[in-house]
Write a protein that binds this ligand. Sequence first.
Ligand SMILES: [Fe+2]
Ligand SMILES: [Fe+2]
Length: 149
Amino acid sequence: MHPIEWTDALRLGYQPMDQVHHELVDLLALAQTAPDEALPQAWSAVLEHTVQHFGREDDWMRQTRFTPADGHMLQHRMVLNLIREGLAMARSKQLHPVREMADELAAWLLKHIQQHDAALALHLQREPSDMAPLRASRAGRPVGAAHPR
Ligand SMILES: [Fe+2]
Ligand SMILES: [Fe+2]
């Protein structure tokens, strides 16, 4: 598979999500093209990003009581577990399955953004106005920043 690339088709019109998705696409492309010696580090960066990325979306779903959230959160959990397994494999020099996983993750991500994340982005943009300060306070914050409670 060609390395994943950011395109306008992935843009959901909700800036905090678009920014995070663009970051993941770039990190994943780096992992897909990393030479053997750099793959464990590249995969570790994908994992680190994804923990924050999925955690942030899960928080948004909980805080806005997004009803189809369970399936979306379940996907996050399952994929995160796979990425963690991938890191263990990368560190024990089993690089071939990690390369396969990178391609599968890229294919999954394209679908996930356009289905699950698109529905969440639409929901967040339709939040009642009393959620607007919450939304504004998060815009532009780096993915690793702490979530307000
Ligand atoms: Fe996402
Ligand atoms: Fe998601």
